[in-house]
Design a protein. Structure first.
Length: 47
């Protein structure tokens, strides 16, 4: 019985980790896109 609880806890732990990683990745992607928009904006301003 203890092993079942441990496995479940482990599973929840990894699901949480995965969600955190996905959040971090989407934050990074947003930041990169913002940066690209900034660069594109500067580029079009120079023309």
């Amino acid at each position: 019985m203890a092993t079942v609880a441990a496995t479940l806890e482990e599973k929840l732990h990894w699901q949480k980790r995965q969600r955190e990683l996905e959040d971090k990745r989407s934050q990074l992607r947003r930041r990169i896109l913002d940066r690209q928009d900034e660069i594109d904006g500067q580029r079009s301003a120079h023309h």
